[in-house]
Design a protein around this ligand. Sequence first.
Ligand code: HEM
Length: 387
Amino acid sequence: MPIPEKTPGWLERRLPVMSVLRREYIAFPMPRNLNALWSFGAFLIVTMAAMIASGLFLAINYTPDITQAFASVEAIDRQIPSGWFLRSLHMGGVTMLFACLYIHIARSLWYGSYKAPRELLWLTGLGLMLMVMVTAFAGYVLPWGQMSYWGATVVLNAVHTIPLIGKPVSELLLGGETLGNTALHRLFVLHFTMAFAILAVIALHVAALHVVKPNNPSGIDPVSPKQTLPFHPYYTSRDGFALCLFLMVYAGLVFFLPDLLTLADNYVQANPLVTPRDIRPEWYFAPFYAILRAVPSRLGGLLLAVGSLAVLFALPSLDRSPTRPATRRPLVRLSLPLAFVSFILLGIAGMHPPTETWLIVSRVAMAWWFIHFLVVMPLVSEREITS
Ligand code: HEM
């Protein structure tokens, strides 16, 4: 006999929070066949929460002034109780966030989750990626170390070369001709306001997911209730378990290897008169830095770096095939992993000095990235025979 519906209470009749939560997060029908790659969205949400919580405590103790910023960060690391932990949580969080972001995107590319009806999900995701990048760039300047200063100088100089908008945009960020106190203040405000804007866009992203429902490894949407499972307890327990493993890796980075991915040069206070021997970005920006350096023209490099992201925005229009997962598309199954390898090679090249060999590697990898998205995808989607 069906259980009779409870009469809604006072609050529920005015603001049906509980019934919406029950519908969207308990009874929500999920495809039965999702694999572990579908847990990375949950990892991203948890990492974002850790970043915002630790960031608030860091902001309380940070001074956005070029004469005091470096010392205030040193004080957080060495004097303020548990400051080292919060800073490590924040810095390790950036690495975890970008790693999850790249895996989340690669999963969506492999299983064709950018195709109809999930285009808006894909576009809000890309919007999130750009916002995370801007936030990470602004945040990296805040400790006012050598790499903060010189890294930002390289990027702002590149922005300056963009015709028409380059000069006003870089002047808006700098508040003058060079990177100084005004710029540090503006980047600090940009850093934390952007972090909250990201939260709002995550809400849109997840809302869009609940409208169109998740894709799955077969690429065929479930048609009967037998092909789905309720989100709770099946996916809450599975994501919960995956989250424990993820947090173990995150904790390993925070407690045992806090300096694994940071650059020693950033523990030297910024000095506009001494250029570091080798200006290198953090690992997560390295692929784009490699593209920036791959051509002799600064503007050309910037356009190519921006273009490497723009092709992702255009992907739902470039790939018209109705078949979603690469596993059922023989040519995409070959070409897409090569694009993934190209991205990794660009990352490695971006972390090395621009010798002849690394420049060749960057150019070949960059060429494949563009060929995959601009040539292979449109051609294959017209002619392919899928399984
Ligand atoms: C802070 C950043 C992000 C957060 C917190 C986030 C969160 C989520 C969550 C919770 C899901 C559902 C679970 C899952 O499929 O893993 C999801 C799905 C999805 N996300 Fe994101 N996401 C972010 C960034 C991105 C980016 C950068 C993209 C792509 C460019 C993207 C594209 C997608 C797509 C296409 C899906 C649906 C996947 C499917 O059902 O196959 N997301 N996201």
